[in-house]
Design a protein around this ligand. Sequence first.
Ligand code: HPA
Length: 276
Amino acid sequence: MSELKKKIEESVKSVRKVSAIVPEVAIILGTGLGALANEIKNKVEIDYKNIANFPLSTVEAHAGKLILGEMGGKKVVAMQGRFHRYEGYTYRQVTFPVYVMKALGAKILMVSNAAGGLNKNYKAGEIMAITDHNSLLLGDNPLAGENDDTIGPRWPDMFGTYDRELLALAEKIAVEQKIKLNKGVYIGVIGPNLETEAEYKFLIAMGGDCVGMSTVPEVIVARHCGLRVLGISVVTDMCIPGHLEAADITKIIANAAEAEPKLTKIMAAVVKEVKI
Ligand code: HPA
């Protein structure tokens, strides 16, 4: 058995000591976007520190627990607090929990993040469904190294990474709830610093609509192990060259909190309505 598989099974064992729930949907909640967890009923919460092989979350606004329970008639597992490359973890560590949630039973991954807006038609506080991503600035790849063919293929295809049915469902719900839902490309970067004006110009030239420090590694791993993916970004600050203002993390978290109810409504409704 591969080292990765052994570690996954040890983590599953830690979770199984506390909960027998077999989740259908896995959810990763981004910076300042933890409120969806309040919709989870009959829940069991497990601190990451009590799960074998889980890294520990260090960032402000990240609670660091795995939550299992029910939402909208489905069994779910949610990560409240995620891991980032800029905290010093490798991409393998950052993405390890995705494999664990898949091993627990999940078929779908729903992921949220706080992101900078690169598309001049967006406004801070709006949300964007991710239609595609760009991983080429990450500097490394979570799948680099030994591959376990029982987990996923050596060369996973990224065609249809952001599941069309899930996107269509999110759009339908946004229309019903009268929420403006942009659609666009998310570019993943390492962080932790925000970008310079020259870097924003480059990201826009690359075709980015949003930029952020998470999500892409987790989505690559989700596709590797066959999870269907829905990703939604909250635009916490606008990054338009010529119109830049000093962004501070307090403001970013405040904007995230303002946009959060829209994200929460859409994601909760997707969980409820999605056919597994
Ligand atoms: N750049 C990268 N990540 C971000 C940003 C940004 O401007 N805003 C929120 N997350």
